[in-house]
Design a protein around this ligand. Sequence first.
Ligand SMILES: [Zn+2]
Length: 79
Amino acid sequence: MFRLDLHELLFVYAGLCLAIIFVASVLHNIRRSRGERLAHRGLVKCHLCAFEFRDSNSSELAHCPCCGAPANRDRVSRL
Ligand SMILES: [Zn+2]
């Protein structure tokens, strides 16, 4: 078995705790980004009036319910 002094044991304990927090943070960010991506699926933004609407039709061009202009299905960016 490993033979550790007290200061080495504290260092290993702190390192393990930080590693657990880091892994939990990475997993949380992966889950959050996946949830945001799923929430924005089917979201279309009109290029004419900037109205955002959800369109589940499979047609190539969605029509804006606000102004009636055809809108491309580009990815809506969130900054
Ligand atoms: Zn529009």
